[in-house]
Design a protein around this ligand. Structure first.
Ligand SMILES: [Zn+2]
Length: 455
């Protein structure tokens, strides 16, 4: 009996060890398998230390953006398309962090968790192919409209989250890369995807956030007349408008981007409330676009003085915004307060991304967004000019973000189409572009008709 129980004890101990070992292995496997499979020593995927990706990356209409055959990359045949989508696809040197070649390489190597590597007899399985939500021709047009200026254009469907246009300038033709070092100024930040990975002072587009907070928490806001003499002094700090706007309602103040009124509204809201709405709008956090994290735009009013709070309410002070994250907030205004997280992978891919509940978030009430929408429509009708945006049902806000006395301000224009057949939100940022209602708005006026197939 004694012998048997001793043996039992040994067996139990061995079993426990086996189970422990298996558990450790499984945990490691779950966490690191993709990395192991893609380790350069795995010849299945690598030849001469280069990732042996094979497969094709398509745009939403089936246009080939990049094709890989045994590690060789072939690009789209149109140089403008190649250049315009370079930040979405990546380049040969893997310098662009947001490029599909890098971000989705598990999928392109044909590795997956359940089947391991499945690259049989050198034949490409359909799972190697990726379809992006982008429209290559729309991207090319947007890149052309930026016309060499640094900045970004983003357009997405605020109901489905699909990003149709993602363009960042400067860019270069990845099939014929120029000597980037010889022109450091022209190619400054060339590998940066400015839509996803940059932040800028938002300027007056931020007034949408201040307006949302005011609509929810200042019960008198729609009735109160504000007075603008063209300037106001807050704790010895001068806040100015381009012109004296006289007596204005909130709606008029938004349309004419009256700094004096918004400075006053920020003070009426207080720092905590404005901070709360900035965070609701997506500041101080990033969005995840199929695994790509956007840069974090910041608003920090914890120790703001009254004058600083006033400047923050008009989108200055230390506020910064990520263009895509802000576009998603504007999309939420269009979509009855529900923000649908933008995405770059089309649904038809074998590996789908987030499910429906994960990618939706209620930011604002239906009532608040209805009023905001109405005001943004009024901006177009009374200031930006319906004739520039005919048929688009455009709701928009411009911004001219001051970035110091020596530099020209950044031009912003963001908004959406209030059309059920084309539920599109957009953002245009031009670095040093000057007035948002001119420089950035004119790019939007050219590119939005293309997005709905009119031009
Ligand atoms: Zn004013």
């Amino acid at each position: 009996m004694k012998l048997i129980s001793a043996r039992t004890a040994v067996l139990v101990a061995l079993t426990v060890l086996l189970v422990l070992g298996l558990t450790v292995f499984l945990v490691q496997y779950v966490n690191h398998a993709a990395a192991w499979a893609q380790h350069p020593s795995n010849r299945h995927f690598y030849t001469n230390a280069r990732l042996n990706t094979s497969g094709t990356i398509y745009d939403r209409h089936g246009n080939i953006l990049i094709q890989m055959v045994d590690g060789e990359i072939r690009f789209n045949e149109d140089a403008t398309v190649r250049t315009a989508v370079m930040h979405a696809t990546g380049d040969r040197g893997d310098n662009v962090e947001t490029g599909a070649l890098l971000v989705f390489r598990d999928r392109l190597t044909g590795w997956n968790f359940f089947n391991g590597a499945y690259r049989f007899n050198n034949k490409i399985s359909p799972a190697h192919d990726l379809t992006l939500t982008l429209d290559a021709n729309l991207c090319a047009r947007a890149y052309q409209e930026l016309n060499g200026r640094k900045g970004t254009v983003g357009i997405y469907n605020y109901k489905t989250g699909e990003i149709l246009c993602m363009v960042s300038s400067p860019s270069f033709d990845p099939a014929n890369p120029p000597d980037l070092q010889s022109y450091p100024e022209s190619y400054e930040g060339v590998y940066l995807n400015r839509l996803l990975s940059a932040t800028y002072t938002p300027g007056s587009v931020f007034k949408l956030v201040t307006t949302a907070a005011a609509l929810d928490h200042l019960p008198y806001i729609m009735r109160k007349p504000y007075q603008c003499q063209g300037r106001t002094q807050i704790e010895g700090n001068m806040v100015t408008c381009l012109t004296a706007h006289g007596q204005v309602t909130l709606k008029e103040a938004l349309a004419h981007s009256c700094n004096v009124t918004f400075a006053q509204i920020a003070l009426e809201l207080g720092a905590d409330r404005l901070q709360e709405y900035a965070e609701l709008a997506g500041f101080n956090s990033s969005l995840e676009i199929d695994g790509i994290k956007t840069a974090v735009g910041k608003v920090d009013l914890a120790r703001a003085t009254k004058a600083e709070l006033a400047w923050a309410g008009i989108g200055q002070f230390t506020n910064t915004a990520n263009p895509l994250n802000f576009m998603a907030f504007v999309g939420a205004i269009a979509n009855d307060g529900i923000r649908v997280t933008p995405k770059i992978l089309a649904d038809k891919n074998v590996f789908s991304s987030l499910n429906d509940t994960e990618n939706k978030k209620e930011l604002l009430s239906k009532e608040t967004t209805a009023t905001l929408k109405n005001m943004m429509r009024n901006n177009t009708l009374t200031v930006y000019g319906e004739h520039n945006f005919r048929g688009l049902e455009l709701c928009a806000k411009s911004g001219t973000a001051e970035v110091g006395a020596e530099r020209k301000p950044h031009a912003w224009f963001t908004g959406f189409l209030a059309r059920d057949d084309f539920p599109l939100a957009f953002v245009v940022v031009i670095e040093g572009g000057g007035a948002g209602s001119r420089a950035a708005a004119s790019v939007a006026a050219k590119i939005l008709p293309v997005a709905i197939g009119v031009n």
